[in-house]
Design a protein around this ligand. Structure first.
Ligand code: UTP
Length: 422
């Protein structure tokens, strides 16, 4: 590749050479000062170890031994529910739990132009996803305060954004005056990015001065959260548990006292909310052990035999799907933060520049997107409490434009549960 390398800062040149990524700078001579500096900055932000690991990795799922993990069913919770609730409400009143909404995704299936949390779920009025999540959490805070006739203790509400949607998300909250929630309890931080790679491991370019970067999946939250200082801030304020939830479930139960109380009384480092699958064929990840560690098995990983396998009571062994509502004990998560997460390489169609600098819109998957998944974090813990919740009460995700798990189905489920007018 011919290129005048003279003006590329020496350290960057070395980094590029060492990692076999010189092609990133192939249009250097055509770039002005500003673009050059920008490209260097993007390049410096890249996690080359992640790339190396991803390219060396073979099929992740192959070779893992999946076995069932027992769930605390609704029936089993019944007699201890009051005790869980008392404990959970106490923790809420003490401000021992904080919420973290994962809102850095690109929502590609929904195709909504803007951060997903800014989607208006209302029909005759405005009712935004972020607002719904705050309201869901507030309902639990209010109930906890009411139990002992105390003043409400606001909980920290953290929002993980991405480079692509950070500014829009923050200004959305500002424009809506944080939906009446005290601003000092709302925190935003950006997740890290990962570059798109060609099948041979070369970093792709979007533009001559722009690396093709995308959010690095929903599993990188604790490292990003620790790095930006938010983790310490929460700890100093006495927070012990982080309730990590997805942004797109209108029935997401945030700071649920029963869930929190159960996890606290069980003394577990982490807990996952799960729902009974409608059928063994429902395409949701199921809670399980993987090589003896708590984990999630994706639908595609289960053989027909495993999907239909039952226990002595006739209950499917992989019957409970995760809802993306987890509790993590901060002290234990810190210990786990050092363990490395597997990288998931998704083969996708990613627009990029050709060698010559022409825009290329692929018709076949041409590149890898690199992501960490939140459920891989579970493997870092010896024990994870899997706790059933009722689908009608807590699960109404918005993933697709139409059909299953769409805005329409979520609206219907929200109205059915709460009776509100949208
Ligand atoms: P999904 O896996 O459904 O991804 O995310 P998505 O980006 O919302 O949608 P698609 O797959 O592109 O259509 C589950 C949760 O994880 C968050 C999402 O915002 C959502 O709350 N997420 C996902 C992140 O915060 N960062 C990511 O890099 C990916």
């Amino acid at each position: 590749m011919s290129m005048q390398k003279a003006d590329i800062p020496e350290s960057i040149l070395q980094l590029a050479e060492k990692n076999g990524q010189l092609q990133v700078f192939r249009f250097w001579n055509e770039l002005n000062e500003l673009s050059r500096a920008d490209l260097v900055k993007q390049f410096e932000s890249i996690d080359f170890d992640m790339i190396k690991e991803a390219m060396e990795q073979t099929n992740l799922a192959s070779g893992s031994l999946i076995s069932p993990l027992k769930t605390m069913t609704l029936a089993q919770q019944e007699e201890r529910k009051a005790a869980f609730q008392t404990e959970g409400n106490h923790l809420i009143r003490e401000g021992k739990v904080a919420a973290l909404v994962l809102a850095g995704g690109q929502g590609s299936r929904l195709g909504f132009n803007g951060p997903k949390g800014t989607l208006n779920v209302g029909i005759t009025r405005e009712l935004y996803l972020f607002e719904i999540l705050l309201n869901n959490m507030l309902a639990n805070i209010r109930a906890a305060a009411a139990e002992t006739n105390q003043e409400m203790k606001y909980l920290h509400f953290c929002v993980m954004t991405s480079d692509q949607n950070h500014e829009q998300t923050v200004s959305f909250f500002e424009d809506h005056h944080f939906f009446g929630y005290p601003e000092k309890y709302i925190h935003f931080f950006k997740q890290d990015q990962a570059p798109a790679l060609s099948h041979s491991g070369e970093i792709l370019l979007d533009e001559k001065d722009r690396i093709s970067l995308a959010p690095n999946g929903n599993g990188g939250w604790f490292r990003s959260m620790m790095r930006c200082g938010l983790w310490d801030l929460l700890k100093k304020d006495g927070v012990e548990w982080i309730n990590v939830v997805s942004v797109d479930n209108v029935l997401q139960n945030i700071a649920d006292p029963v869930f929190l109380g159960a996890a606290s009384l069980a003394g577990v480092p982490a807990a996952a909310k799960v729902i009974a699958k409608v059928s063994p064929d429902e395409r949701v990840g199921a809670i399980c052990y993987r090589n003896g560690r708590p984990s999630v098995v994706e639908y595609s990983e289960l053989t027909d035999e495993m999907r239909l396998a039952t226990d002595e009571k006739g209950q499917y062994l992989y019957h409970f799907g995760v809802t993306l509502n987890y509790l993590f004990k901060m002290t234990e998560t810190e210990k786990a933060a050092g363990t490395s997460l597997p990288i998931h390489k998704a083969n996708k169609k990613i627009k990029c520049l050709t060698e010559a600098g022409e825009p290329f819109v692929p018709e076949e998957p041409n590149a890898y997107k690199l992501e960490y998944f939140i459920f891989d974090i579970l493997e870092a813990f010896d024990e994870v409490l899997s706790m059933e919740c009722l689908r009608e009460d807590e699960f109404a995700p918005i993933k697709n434009k139409a059909g299953v798990d769409s805005l329409q189905t979520a609206r219907d489920l929200l109205v059915k549960k709460t009776g509100i007018t949208l």
